[in-house]
Design a protein around this ligand. Structure first.
Ligand code: ZN
Length: 180
């Protein structure tokens, strides 16, 4: 299995609306394998969506809180309550910000064989699922942030969200990409 490079903020693929999966064959299995392998190479990762390996398809792999779920064409069909917590993203390495999300979500999706499933999750897992489905719609957590600033956990530096959204890629990410 080949490990893919994780696309970083500033890459246009992260802003696209990903296309639905219609064929549940070998190609999908390879894509899922690539996402899974790439995610597992990152101890700090909880989940990874196909656009983060530069494939604009509605696929995400979640490996979080003792649960492994492959979601194809996921859709939130019910949401209730609210929660507010700190979030990060492998496509914005180091940056953290507070995001308001639904406390509980009901999600309909297909597995790699095309079988339909519906699950309901709350708390951190519900947050993770909402973050992932956002990726399939070209939305990043910084778009939903409540605070004005994101914090770079590498150096403690604060960066205004507005500044970040206007710069592509912003200073902080450039230095991560160059491995400084
Ligand atoms: Zn993310």
């Amino acid at each position: 299995m080949k490990k893919a490079e994780i696309t970083l903020f500033g890459d246009p693929v992260l802003r696209e609306t990903a296309r639905p999966v219609r064929a549940f064959g070998k190609k999908l299995g390879i894509l899922i394998g690539t996402i899974q392998f790439t995610l597992r190479s990152r101890p700090d990762g909880a989940a990874l969506a196909a656009p983060q390996v530069a494939v604009s398809k509605r696929v995400t792999v979640i490996d979080y809180m003792d649960e492994y779920i492959e979601m194809i064409n996921p859709e939130i069909v019910g949401a209730s309550g609210t929660q507010s917590d700190v979030e990060g993203c492998l496509s914005l390495p180091g940056f953290l910000g507070t995001v308001k999300r639904a406390e509980t979500v009901r999600v309909k999706f297909q597995d790699r064989a095309g079988r339909e499933k519906t699950i309901e999750r709350s708390g951190k897992m519900a947050r993770c699922i909402q973050h992932e489905i956002d990726h399939l719609d070209g939305i990043l957590f910084i778009d939903r942030m409540e605070d004005e600033f994101v914090v770079n956990s590498f150096d403690g530096r604060k960066l205004s969200v507005r500044e970040m959204l206007n710069a592509s890629p912003p200073e902080g990410l450039r230095s991560v990409r160059n491995g400084d």
